[in-house]
Ligand binder design. Structure first.
Ligand SMILES: O=C(O)C(=O)C[C@]1(C(=O)O)C=C[C@@H](O)C=C1
Length: 315
C-alpha cells in the first residue's frame, strides 16, 4: 500500500505527468490509474493508496469542480503537496485520418474549454464530446470501432495509444497550466519551508452584510496574503455558499494560526485542507515579508504581555 499512488487515469493524463514529477525517484512506486477524481479520493480514504493526485485548477478554465466537491464532503483528506504542470494539447487520430475526416472530437471538459477557439476556427462543423480525461479520449479513439474520430490530449497520451498527431498546439493559450494537489490521509503536516500555502474551506454562519469582508479581514489584519478565493454552492439550496481559500504561509506560523482561529470564531464551520510547500517557491513566490507587527516573535511577545497584565503586573 505504502508505495501505491492513485491518479486520474488512464495512463497518459496530465495528472499522471504531475504525479511522476512529484514522485520522480520513488523505488518500487506503483502508479494506480483511477477512472474519476472521486475514485482517487476513495482509494486514498480507504487506504488502498498512500496518496493520490488530482487536478485542482487551470489557469484558463479555473477550478475543477469534481475536486472541490470531494474536498468538502466525506472523510477529510489533507493536501500535502502541489505541483503546476504546463498543459499543451495535440489533436490525435487513428492512422489514415485527415483533418477533414474529423467530425467527432473527444476530450476532457477542461481541455475542451481551453481549445474552443481552435476548434471553432479549424473544425467548425465537428461535434465535441466530453469524457473522463484527455487520456480516456485517446484510449477511446484508438478503438477502430470508436464513435470518435479524434482526441484532444497530451502528446504522451496520443503516443501511448498508438495515434498520430493531426495538429499540435491546439490550446487557445500557449502558456496554460494546471495546478495539481497531492492528497494524504490526515496525519503529520509537512514541515514549514518559509514559502508555504494553506488551504481551507470556510462556511459562513448566515448571510448578512459584510460577511465576506469579515472573513477576509481575519487575513488582512494579520498580514496574510490570500492567493485564491472561490465560492462554491454548498448544495443546501440556491444562495448558500462556502469559500475555498488559499493563503500564503503555514499554519505553524503565528499569523496564519491566528487568522484561522479568527475564522473559526466567526464561521459556522472551517475545514482545514492543509499547509504544504508552494510549487513556485523556487521562483521566489510566497516568501512573505511580514510587517514588523506580524512576525511569530511579535505574536509571542503580545501573549507574554497579556499574561503579565492578567497577573496584575503593569510594570
Ligand atoms: O484529462 C487529463 O489529462 C487531466 O489530467 C485532467 C485535466 C483537468 O482536469 O483540468 C488536467 C489538465 C488539463 O487542463 C485538462 C484536463
Amino acid at each position: 500500500m505504502s508505495n501505491r499512488y492513485a491518479y486520474l487515469g488512464p495512463e497518459g493524463t496530465f495528472t499522471e505527468a504531475a504525479l511522476r514529477a512529484l514522485k520522480p525517484d520513488t523505488p518500487a512506486a506503483e502508479f494506480v490509474p483511477c477512472n474519476g477524481v472521486d475514485m482517487v479520493f476513495a482509494a486514498v480514504r480507504r487506504g488502498e493508496a498512500a496518496g493520490g493526485v488530482v487536478p485542482l485548477e487551470n489557469s484558463v478554465e479555473g477550478g475543477v469542480s469534481a475536486t472541490t466537491a470531494e474536498l468538502v464532503r466525506g472523510d477529510p483528506l489533507l493536501i500535502t503537496a502541489e505541483i503546476t504542470v504546463p498543459v499543451e494539447f495535440t489533436l490525435f487520430a487513428r492512422a489514415g485520418t485527415t483533418l477533414s475526416d474529423v467530425k467527432r472530437v473527444a476530450t476532457h471538459s477542461h481541455a475542451l474549454a481551453q481549445c474552443r477557439g481552435w476548434l471553432a476556427a479549424n473544425l467548425p462543423d465537428a461535434e465535441s464530446y466530453v469524457v473522463s480525461s484527455t487520456a480516456a479520449a485517446a484510449q477511446a479513439v484508438a478503438d477502430p470501432a470508436s464513435m470518435y474520430d479524434a482526441a484532444i490530449c497530451a502528446r504522451i497520451a496520443g503516443e501511448r495509444y498508438g495515434l498520430v498527431p493531426l495538429a499540435e498546439g491546439v490550446g487557445d493559450r500557449a502558456d496554460a497550466a494546471t495546478r495539481f494537489i497531492y492528497l494524504s490521509r490526515p496525519g503529520t503536516l509537512p514541515e514549514p519551508t518559509g514559502a508555504d500555502r494553506t488551504s481551507l474551506v470556510a462556511f459562513l454562519p448566515h448571510d448578512h452584510p459584510g460577511a465576506l469582508a469579515e472573513l477576509l479581514t481575519q487575513f488582512a489584519v494579520r498580514d496574510v496574503n490570500l492567493t485564491r478565493l472561490e465560492s462554491r454552492p454548498t448544495g443546501d439550496g440556491l444562495g448558500t455558499y462556502c469559500f475555498f481559500m488559499d493563503a500564503d504561509g503555514h499554519v505553524a506560523e503565528a499569523r496564519v494560526g491566528e487568522a484561522l482561529m479568527g475564522l473559526r470564531r466567526i464561521c459556522r464551520d472551517v475545514r482545514f485542507l492543509g499547509s504544504y510547500p508552494r510549487a513556485d517557491a523556487g521562483a521566489g513566490a510566497g516568501r512573505p515579508t511580514p510587517r514588523v507587527s506580524t512576525t511569530d516573535d511579535d505574536f509571542h511577545e503580545a501573549e507574554r504581555w497579556l499574561a503579565r497584565i492578567r497577573a496584575g503586573r503593569v510594570d
